[in-house]
Design a binder for this molecule. Sequence first.
Ligand code: 13P
Length: 250
Amino acid sequence: MRRPYVAGNWKMHGTVREAAELAGGLAAQIGQIDNIDVALCPPYTALSTVSEAIRGSRLRLGAQDLHWEKSGAFTGEVSAGMLVDAGCHCVIIGHSERRQFFGETEESVNRKLKSAVAAGLEAIVCVGETLVEREGGSTLGVVERQLAGGLEGAGCDLLTIAYEPVWAIGTGKVASPEQAQEVHGFIRAWLGRRYGAAAGGIRILYGGSVKPDNIVSLSAQPDIDGALVGGASLKVDSFSDIVRGSLKRI
Ligand code: 13P
């Protein structure tokens, strides 16, 4: 049985003080909830503060990206070891915004995944198609290409997949539970061919306009194991409701 998993991707939002308030509020509301894994992924500047704010709770700290090298002359970058040092438990890799705006490729996703896992970080690898790709009928092909390239030569320990259709991110256009399940089922089958029985334990999160009012029907789908939440993770009440809503099916 897969434990539900909800991660909040705060993206480039908030001051250190706001992060402390949000994390403190979440620790108070959902910090002791059992039967689910919950991660908060603030900007780098707030990692230490959020780590402090969630100490003693069951909430986990995550980062939004990393560099694959351990250290060196890579101005602006942060390594897996640095994230572990800052208290991180997990890291998002290959988010569509990184692919779209910062030149992330399957190859860089793959390097980042291997580096994260080698450092003991749980990796949330994001895949998903654009609207043009969906309308052109290539959704599953795109997802397959991203999986094949991103996971090449990597094991499935510490691996979580997030399916985030680009057209649903920040648009209010959530994928229907059936649309999401179709791709999640495809991902599960692909992972099964790749990793055998172990694929049954890999969590696949849905991301894209997840809100308190759609999480229950999404998480009722057999291959949706939780959510990667953007906008609605920035408010204590909405994120707490999403976390509680994703528990419904167990
Ligand atoms: P929204 O929930 O704001 O659509 O963002 C989803 C996302 O990109 C999470 O990584």
